[in-house]
Structures are given as C-alpha cells and as structure tokens.
Design a protein around this ligand. Structure first.
Ligand code: PGA
Length: 250
C-alpha cells in the first residue's frame, strides 16, 4: 500500500530553549531513519529556533486558529506558524477539544485554514473511557472523524491520529486487537467518504506509545505511525519509537 510511517512528537506545554539540544538529537535520529517521516509538534515559542536545528525531522505546531487573521487576542494563525518554520500542525487534540471546547466543526475549519497556509495536518479523534466501556468506541470515533474531516481531505496533506482519551498520559493502552479494530473502522469510514484516496492516508495511534509498545503497535496493518507525547520529550525516549517504526517498514 506504500504508506510511509509517520512518527510525530507532541510536546504539549513543555519545552524551553534548553530543550533544543533534544530537538537536534531527535533530528539526527530522524536523519538516520529516512524510511520514517519524523516530526516534532512544539510550543510555538520554540518553532523558529527548532527549525534551524531540526535535522531530518520536520517541525510542527499543536493548533492554529480557524480564521486567517483578525481580532483574536493570544491566538496564532496558520500563516504565522508556517512563517515561523512549521510545516505541519495538529488540530483537534482531545486536550483542546476539552480545555477550549473545540467542536468537530471548529476542527474541520482549522484543518482547512492550515491547508490554505501550506501546512500539513494531523487531525485527532478518540473516545472517552465511558464510551469505550459502553462498547460504542468505533461508532462514536467514526462519527467524530466524519464530522471533523475537512473538505478536500487528501493523503498528501492530512493524517488522522486515533488517540483514546483514557490512554493519553496514563500508561494504559487498548489491546492490540482493539487498536486494529478501530483503525480498520476508521479506514472504512475514510473510504466511504473519500474513496481510494483513503488507502494512502496515514492513521496514527496515540496514547502512551513508547519504546516498549511501539513495535507491536506499528506492526498492526492500519497503524501507520504514532503521535507520541511523554515519550517524545527526549531523544533517549523517542529514538526507540522511531526505530520501531523503521523496523516495521523493513
Ligand atoms: P502521551 O500523549 O503519549 O503522553 O500519552 C499522546 C498525545 O496526547 O498526543
């Protein structure tokens, strides 16, 4: 199918200038594994400086505003992030859906605005523990994907990240069978919406991915990489995840 593995660190609200050494070290690991596309979605304050030291990794943002510019104090536009050195952005992370009450419609609008500014996009979806326990996870996340998917969604600029909310930062992950079932369901949802284009679109797993579980997760047919929080904050932790993705390719 030829989907290049995509492994992206999400540093969230972590990282000062001292951590640029880790950016550089991760960039070197990325350069050593060209079969894998590696990126770091950083606090906006680090994007410019990180861009100069990114090596084989791309630098991304963690969110952008849905409008191109205007009276939105404290917000950043996609064009600003692109000009600072970002080539990707995350949209719709569950922490933003919760903390900033972002809706599916907001997320779709942000994705389109990012695309218009030349950014590639990682669109996040995922279920709560209540939904998982009720047995509704595939239906709820598929519906969330459908409602968040921007017009013109295409594999050359958009990737999906499936991140069960209860797995983020908790050290808990779903069973491999549950991940496989969800990713297959999301692929099917994409096919129903965008046809053959869906076969090339990367679907990442996120939520407590680390060097211990990455190989098993990356071996699942429809897992095309990972969105990694805590285990991306240092080169020592992130390198094994990147290596696991490379091994899954090889
Ligand atoms: P985690 O975060 O790897 O620390 O669980 C993943 C994410 O929220 O993207």
């Amino acid at each position: 199918m030829g989907r290049r593995k995509l492994v992206v660190g999400n540093w969230k609200m972590n990282g000062l200038l001292a951590q640029l050494d880790d950016v550089e070290a991760i960039g070197s690991v990325a350069a050593a594994h060209p079969a894998v596309e590696v990126g770091l979605c950083l606090p906006a304050t680090l994007i410019g400086a990180a861009d100069a030291r990114r090596g084989g990794a791309f630098i991304g943002a963690q969110d952008c505003h849905q409008n191109g510019n205007g009276a939105h104090t404290g917000c950043l536009s996609a064009a600003m992030l692109a000009q600072a050195g970002a080539s990707w952005t995350i949209v719709g992370h569950s922490e933003r859906r919760q903390d900033q009450a972002e809706t599916d419609a907001d997320v779709a609008a942000k994705a389109l605005t990012a695309k218009a500014a030349g950014l590639n996009v990682i669109l996040c979806v995922g279920e709560s523990l209540d939904v998982r326990d009720a047995g509704d996870a595939e239906a709820v996340v598929s519906a969330q994907l459908l409602a968040s998917l921007p017009q013109g969604a295409a594999a050359d600029w958009l990737a999906i990240a499936y991140e069960p909310i209860w797995a983020i930062g908790t050290g808990r992950i779903p069973t491999m069978e549950a991940v496989a079932t969800m990713h297959a369901a999301l692929r099917a949802e994409l096919v129903s919406r965008i046809g053959d284009e869906a076969q090339g679109m990367r679907i990442l797993y996120g939520g407590s991915m680390n060097g211990d579980n990455a190989a098993e997760l990356m071996a699942i047919a429809d897992v095309d990489g990972g969105l990694v929080g805590g285990a991306s904050l240092t080169a020592a932790k992130f390198a094994p995840v990147i290596a696991a993705a490379a091994a899954a390719v090889g």
